[in-house]
Design a protein around this ligand. Structure first.
Ligand code: DAH
Length: 353
C-alpha cells in the first residue's frame, strides 16, 4: 500500500544519500537509485500506485511527481557545486558559451555619404571637410548673395550672433556667424587657397530653420561638387552627373535637367531622375510626374570667380549641391527623413555593419 509515509521516507533517504555524495560517480549512483526508470524508488512508487484505492491515486500521483521534480533539481544543483569545486579557484570555464558583444554599426547616412565619396573619388575628385559654423561671407556674400539679396530667404538661417531687434546687422563691422545653410561655402574656401584646376566634393551637415516634417529636418546632409579648369562646359557637368547618378542608383535611370536659378551659377539647373518607385509612370511619391528632383547645379557665376580672385575670362567651371538625405530616402525607400535622425535601433539595425 502506498501512502504519504512512503513518500516522506523516500525523501528522507534521498537527502541522506545526497549529503554523502562526494563525486560525479556517487551522484550517478544516487540518480539511478531514485530516478532510474526500472529500479528507481520513484518508479517503484508509481508502480505501487496501482494497489492504492482509486480515490487516493490522483493525490499520490501528484506527490510522487513533485518528489521526482524535487530530486531532479537537487541533483542538478549538487552537480553544479561539484563541478565548481573540481575547477581550480579563479579558473575560467572554457566550456561556457561566449558572451556576445553588441556591435556598433555605421549610420545609413554615413554609408550613403561614403558611397558618394567613393564614386567621385574614382573620378579623381578630392574630398574636403569644412566648418559647420560658417561666416556670412562664405555662406552668402562671396556666393553672389549680398546682404539684402532675396535668395537668402530661400534658406532660413540659424544665426549664432543674432543682433538685438532693431539693430541693423548689415551695418555691423563684425561679420555674422551662422550655421551653414548649405555646403556651397566650401567652393569659396577651397578656391581662396588653390589655383585651378579644381576638382573637389565637400560633404557635410548643414542647418536650416525648417519645421521637421516628412521631407524636412533642421539638420541634414549635403554634398557640394566643384570643377574648374580651362574650357569646362555644361556638357562636362551633365556627363559627370549622369555617370554619378547611374552608378549610385545602380539602374538605368533617366536624368532630366531643367532651367532654374541660383545666384552663384549661370546658367543654373535643377536635376531630376526618373522616379525610382514607379519607373516614371507616375505615383504618389513623384506626385504623378514620373520625376524626382534631387540636386541643383550650374556653371559657376563669374562674380564667384571674381570673389576668389580667379580670372572669369579664362576659367569656367561647374558646381552642384546634392541632398544626401534625399537620395538616401529614395535608395532605401524610407518615407520620413526624421527617421534618419531619431536613432531608433529598429531602423539602424536593418543596415549592414
Ligand atoms: N546650395 C544649393 C542648396 O542648398 C544647392 C546648389 C545649387 C549647389 C546649385 C550648387 C549649385 O553648387 O551650383 O539648395
Amino acid at each position: 500500500m502506498t501512502g504519504p509515509n512512503d513518500i516522506d521516507a523516500i525523501r528522507a533517504a534521498f537527502q541522506t544519500d545526497l549529503a554523502a555524495v562526494a563525486n560525479e560517480q556517487d551522484l550517478q549512483t544516487v540518480r539511478d537509485r531514485y530516478l532510474g526508470r526500472k529500479q528507481g524508488a520513484v518508479a517503484a512508487l508509481m508502480k505501487s500506485m496501482a494497489d492504492a484505492p482509486p480515490a487516493d491515486r490522483p493525490a499520490i500521483g501528484k506527490s510522487a511527481n513533485l518528489l521526482k521534480r524535487e530530486i531532479d533539481l537537487a541533483l542538478a544543483t549538487r552537480k553544479e557545486t561539484l563541478e565548481a569545486s573540481t575547477r581550480p579557484a579563479g579558473s575560467v570555464d572554457v566550456t561556457l558559451p561566449g558572451r556576445e558583444m553588441p556591435f556598433g554599426r555605421r549610420h545609413p547616412l554615413t554609408l550613403i555619404r561614403e558611397q558618394v565619396e567613393s564614386i567621385f573619388g574614382t573620378m579623381g575628385f578630392e574630398i574636403l571637410q569644412g566648418p559647420q559654423v560658417e561666416d556670412d561671407y562664405h555662406n552668402f556674400e562671396a556666393l553672389n548673395m549680398p546682404p539684402d539679396h532675396p535668395a537668402r530667404d530661400m534658406q532660413d538661417t540659424f544665426y549664432l550672433d543674432r543682433p538685438m531687434p532693431g539693430v541693423d546687422r548689415t551695418a555691423s563691422t563684425q561679420p555674422a556667424t551662422l550655421l551653414r545653410t548649405h555646403t556651397s561655402g566650401m567652393q569659396i574656401r577651397y578656391m581662396e587657397n588653390h589655383q585651378p584646376p579644381v576638382r573637389i566634393i565637400a560633404p557635410g551637415l548643414v542647418y536650416r530653420r525648417d519645421t521637421p516634417d516628412l521631407t524636412h529636418s533642421p539638420m541634414f546632409l549635403q554634398v557640394e561638387g566643384l570643377l574648374v579648369d580651362d574650357g569646362i562646359t555644361m556638357a562636362d557637368l551633365k556627363g559627370t552627373l549622369v555617370s554619378f547618378l547611374q552608378a549610385f542608383f545602380d539602374t538605368d535611370i533617366r536624368v532630366m535637367f531643367r532651367p532654374s536659378f541660383f545666384p552663384y551659377t549661370e546658367p543654373s539647373a535643377e536635376v531630376f531622375i526618373s522616379c525610382v518607385f514607379c519607373g516614371g509612370d507616375g505615383c504618389p511619391v513623384c506626385k504623378k510626374t514620373g520625376w524626382l528632383e534631387i540636386l541643383g547645379c550650374g556653371m559657376v557665376h563669374p562674380a564667384v570667380f571674381e570673389a576668389v580672385g580667379y580670372d572669369p575670362e579664362r576659367y569656367t567651371g561647374w558646381a552642384f549641391g546634392l541632398g544626401i538625405d534625399r537620395v538616401a530616402l529614395l535608395k532605401h525607400r524610407v518615407e520620413d527623413i526624421r527617421l534618419f535622425y531619431d536613432n531608433d535601433l529598429r531602423l539602424l539595425e536593418q543596415f549592414p555593419h
